[in-house]
Design a protein around this ligand. Structure first.
Ligand code: GDP
Length: 298
């Protein structure tokens, strides 16, 4: 299930009623393009991306009369084109353990996503170890243990408030000893104290690199689709804190438009490895650009 258009028929609204028997048509002129642009901004694409999408649709078509169906198709194709290059599952390496660092603000869905991913990896025959690296939030650690149980994956925890880097070290040692395929490390998401968080993440990376200079092999940034344009700021912030290699967008099952994904793809080009579509363990889908574009356009 991909995001439902929040404002269904937005494209249709650009056209008015028309005759009953025939779909209304409108010339692609400046007025129409301006309305289209507004509509895309409302749908969370952001001004820059909305302008670019509109310009691409206009190119070579000015003055042409289009129906609502035709415009939807043009729009969906343009959005799918932008998204095609970022739709990529999490790359798996033969490296053991492949270390996946998971970052994002609190509440974005890190814990849930780690549980879902662990379950998918298990189903694919991979052995997984999880490290509950947000050692300050007891609730996050407990949540992760619940997810570990559901996924059938061991979760390494440390005393509350202890150094996450030392837990990361222990988790590396264990994952190596067990020959685990993947080690997923949860991290804190306290953006209120950015300097602190930056040092904490840097220390985790430093420590695991002592055991594997190429680790972490992936740094996943988990974003909440319901935060809309704020997701763009989060990418900018976390790219300064960590070497973000890919994104997971959660909560695309709700009322979220998901339009911000287009802006993210256009602006950063980071791969979208998966999307969260619910709170259950199986609610993590591959990102499908064409389904997504069609659902967004409505
Ligand atoms: P964390 O603080 O980043 O670890 O976030 P959590 O994993 O604890 O998730 C925060 C809340 O969002 C929880 O109530 C989750 O059930 C919920 N959540 C996470 N992913 C999704 C999703 O894809 N869809 C929905 N509807 N809820 C989600």
């Amino acid at each position: 299930p991909h995001p439902q258009p929040v404002q269904p028929g937005l494209v249709g609204r650009l056209f008015g009623r028309g005759e009953k028997t025939e779909e209304p048509r409108r010339a692609l002129d400046d007025d129409m393009l301006e309305e289209l642009e507004d509509m895309l901004v409302q749908a969370d694409l952001g001004v820059d991306t909305a302008l670019r999408v509109t310009a691409n649709i206009a190119e070579g078509r000015m003055g042409r009369r289009v129906s609502s169906t035709e415009l939807k198709e043009l729009l969906a194709a343009e959005i799918a084109r932008i998204m095609a290059s970022v739709a990529r599952p999490l790359p798996l390496y033969p490296k053991k353990p492949q270390v996946v660092l998971v970052v994002g603000v609190n509440g974005a869905g890190k814990t849930t996503t780690i549980g879902k991913l662990a379950s998918q990896f298990r189903a694919a025959g991979k052995s997984v170890v999880i490290a509950a690296g947000d050692t300050f939030r007891a609730a996050a650690v407990e949540q992760l243990q619940v997810w570990g149980q559901r996924a059938g994956v061991p979760v390494m925890v440390a005393p509350q408030g202890s150094d996450p880097a030392s837990l990361a070290w222990d988790a590396m040692v264990r994952a190596e000893a067990e020959g685990a395929d993947l080690l997923m490390i949860d991290t804190a998401g306290r953006l209120q104290n950015r300097q602190d968080l930056m040092e904490e993440l840097a220390k985790i990376v430093r420590v695991i690199r002592k055991r594997d200079p190429e680790a972490p092999h992936n740094t996943l940034l988990v974003l909440d689709a319901t935060t809309g344009q704020n997701a763009l700021n989060q990418v900018e912030t976390f790219r300064k804190l960590a070497d973000v290699s890919g994104l997971v967008m959660t909560k695309l099952d709700g009322t979220a438009r998901g339009g911000v994904l287009v802006a993210l793809a256009d602006k950063f080009g980071l791969p979208i490895h998966a999307i969260g579509v619910g709170e259950q363990i199986d609610d993590l889908d591959a990102f499908e650009p064409e389904d997504f574009a069609r659902a967004l356009v409505g």
